[in-house]
Design a binder for this molecule. Structure first.
Ligand code: SF4
Length: 488
C-alpha cells in the first residue's frame, strides 16, 4: 500500500552507479570462486563485528538510542520538504549557495560547472557515497578535471583502478600485501623499499596526499548530516583527510542526498552516538568537521551545497519502503550479513552493497531495474538487529520480492517454475489425503543421497531449488507415522 503524500508524480528514478551489468547470482558466482577475497572479507568483517559488539554493550540505553534514532528519522521524512527548505534558507543566509539536482546527471552538470568557474583543473575529495552514486569522478574526468580521492581506502581503490566494495571500508576486499603492490605500481615517488606494514603504507599515502592538499583550490565532499536549524553540514571521519579538504581549499562543494537532513542539533546528538559505535566500533569518531556557510578569513571563501534527489522522492512516496532512507550508512548490516561476507560488495552492482543496498538500490531505480537484489538475502534478520536506526530490512526485502513477483505476473501470462511449484504445494497441502500421499511418495527420494544424507538433484520444477542448494534426504518415517506409532 502507498500513501499519497502530495509528492510530484514525475519524481525521477535514480541513475548513475546504482545497477550492475549482471544479476546478483551471476556476479556472486564469480566472487564465491575467489578464495582470497573471501578470506579478506571474513577477516575484516569479523574484526569490525567484535569491535562494534564491545562498544555497543557499554551502553545500557542502546535500545532507547536506537528507538530515538528511528523516531527522529520517521518524523523528519514526514516533513522532509519543510526541513530542506529551512536548510536551504539557513545555508544561504550564512553565505553559502544551494543547488537542487533532480538526478545524477543534473548533479554532475552542476558540480562540473562550479569547478569550471574556479578555473581549477584538479580537485581533492572527501569520501562520499553520494558522489560515488552519481559517478562524479567520471563526469569531472570527461570535463578535463583531475579528481584526487584522499580517504586512504578510496585512494587504494582509485590507484588500483578498482571499485569500492563496502560503504565504510571501500577497499575491504584488499589485504595489505595487495595494497603494497598497488602503491609500488601506481603511486608516483613511492619508496621502492615500502613494506606491507600498515604504518608504512599510511605514511606513503600521507606524503603522497600532503602535496595535493596544499595546492588544491577546490574540494568536494559529501555530508553525513545537514542540520536544518542552522544550515550546518557535517562530515565524520577517522583520518583527518576530511578536515584538510574542508578547511584548506578556497572553494568547497558538498553533494548531499536529501534524506541526510536532520531538523536540529538535539536530533544530531542521537546520531553522533549511534554512528561511530555502529560503523567503526568506536565510542567517538576521531574527526567531526562542521561548517556553517562562509566565515570570512576562516576556511573556504565559497561554499556550495548540491541537494541530490536521484530516486529519493520516488522512494519517499512509499510510506513503508521509505524506511530505507533512514539509513545513516554505518555499514553494520554489511558486517553481519552472511551473504555479503561471502560475496563482497561488487556482486551487488550498485555502490550500495549488502542488506541496505538490497533494499535501497531497487527503490531508487525502480525494482524491475534491480530485480535480483531483494533475493540476495537469507532473511536471517541479523541486519535488523544491528541497525542503529532499526530499519526492518528483512520485511522490506520480502515486500520488494512481492512487488517483483507481482510485476512479473502482470507482464507475462506464462507462470514461472517457482509459481508452478508453489501452486502444486498449496494444492497438495490443502487436503490431508493428498498430503499423506505426497509424504509417502517423497520416500522414493530415500533411494538417493544415501551417503551424504542430501539430495543434490531433483526433477523439474524442484530442480530450480537444487540448482543452488541441496535438499535433505526424506526421513524413513513421516511425522504422521511417528505420531500413530507413539500416541496410537
Ligand atoms: S541499514 Fe542500518 S545498519 Fe545498514 S548501513 Fe544503514 S543504518 Fe547502518
Amino acid at each position: 500500500m502507498s500513501t499519497d503524500l502530495g509528492l510530484p508524480r514525475f519524481a525521477p528514478r535514480g541513475v548513475g552507479h546504482l545497477r550492475g551489468e549482471r544479476s546478483f547470482p551471476a556476479a556472486a558466482r564469480d566472487a564465491l570462486a575467489d578464495s582470497q577475497l573471501r578470506r579478506n572479507l571474513g577477516h575484516a568483517t569479523s574484526t569490525i563485528r567484535a569491535k562494534r559488539a564491545a562498544v555497543v554493550a557499554e551502553r545500557a540505553d542502546w535500545e532507547e538510542l536506537r528507538a530515538a534514532g528511528e523516531a527522529i528519522k520517521a518524523a523528519t521524512m514526514a516533513r522532509l520538504d519543510e526541513h530542506l527548505e529551512r536548510l536551504e534558507a539557513e545555508v544561504t543566509r550564512r553565505g553559502g549557495a544551494v543547488h537542487w539536482a533532480r538526478d545524477a546527471e543534473e548533479a554532475n552538470a552542476i558540480v562540473t560547472r562550479l569547478v569550471a568557474a574556479t578555473g581549477s583543473r584538479e580537485v581533492v575529495k572527501v569520501k562520499s557515497m553520494a558522489t560515488r552514486e552519481i559517478g562524479l569522478n567520471e563526469a569531472l574526468a570527461a570535463a578535463g578535471v583531475d579528481t584526487q580521492e584522499t580517504d586512504l581506502a578510496e585512494l587504494i581503490v582509485q590507484l588500483g583502478g578498482d571499485l569500492p566494495s563496502h560503504i565504510l571500508v571501500p577497499a575491504i576486499h584488499r589485504n595489505r600485501a595487495e595494497i603494497r603492490e598497488i602503491f609500488l605500481r601506481e603511486m608516483p615517488g613511492v619508496d621502492p623499499a615500502l613494506t606491507d606494514e600498515p604504518r608504512r603504507l599510511a605514511m606513503a599515502a600521507r606524503s603522497y596526499l600532503r602535496e595535493r592538499f596544499l595546492r588544491a583550490e577546490v574540494a568536494i565532499s559529501g555530508a553525513n548530516f545537514g542540520v536544518a536549524e542552522t544550515g550546518s553540514l557535517l562530515v565524520v571521519e577517522s583520518e583527518g583527510n576530511g578536515r584538510m579538504c574542508l578547511t584548506l581549499p578556497r572553494t568547497l562543494i558538498t553533494v548531499m542526498g536529501i534524506e541526510k537532513v536532520v531538523p536540529s542539533w538535539a536530533d544530531l546528538e542521537v546520531f553522533l552516538q549511534l554512528l561511530p559505535r555502529s560503523s567503526t566500533g568506536e565510542r567517538m569518531n576521531p574527526y567531526t568537521s562542521v561548517w556553517t556557510g562562509v566565515t570570512p578569513g576562516d576556511g573556504p571563501a565559497e561554499v556550495h551545497l548540491v541537494l541530490l534527489d536521484n530516486g529519493r522522492t520516488a522512494t519517499l512516496a512509499d510510506d513503508v519502503g521509505r524506511a530505507a532512507l533512514h539509513c545513516i550508512k554505518c555499514s553494520a548490516c554489511l558486517n553481519v550479513c552472511p551473504v555479503y561476507e561471502r560475496t563482497g560488495g561488487h556482486a551487488y552492482g550498485s555502490v550500495y552493497p549488502g542488506p541496505i543496498g538490497a533494499v535501497l538500490s531497487p527503490q531508487l531505480t525502480g525494482v524491475e531495474d534491480n530485480a535480483s537484489l531483494p533475493f540476495a538475502s537469507s532473511l536471517c534478520g541479523a541486519c535488523y538487529e544491528v541497525c542503529p536506526v532499526r530499519i526492518d530490512i528483512p520485511s522490506l526485502l520480502v515486500r520488494l520480492r512481492a512487488q517483483h513477483v507481482e510485476a512479473r505476473r502482470e507482464a507475462s501470462r506464462v507462470p514461472s517454475a517457482e509459481a508452478v511449484a508453489m501452486a502444486a504445494a498449496a494444492w497438495t497441502m490443502a487436503d490431508p489425503r493428498r498430503f499423506a500421499a505426497a509424504e509417502k511418495a517423497s520416500r522414493l527420494g530415500r533411494v538417493f543421497g544415501r551417503r551424504s544424507g542430501q539430495l543434490t538433484t531433483l526433477p523439474p520444477p524442484l530442480s530450480a531449488w537444487t540448482a543452488g542448494r541441496d535438499a535433505p534426504r526424506p526421513p524413513a518415517e513421516t511425522f504422521r507415522e511417528w505420531w500413530a506409532r507413539e500416541r496410537g
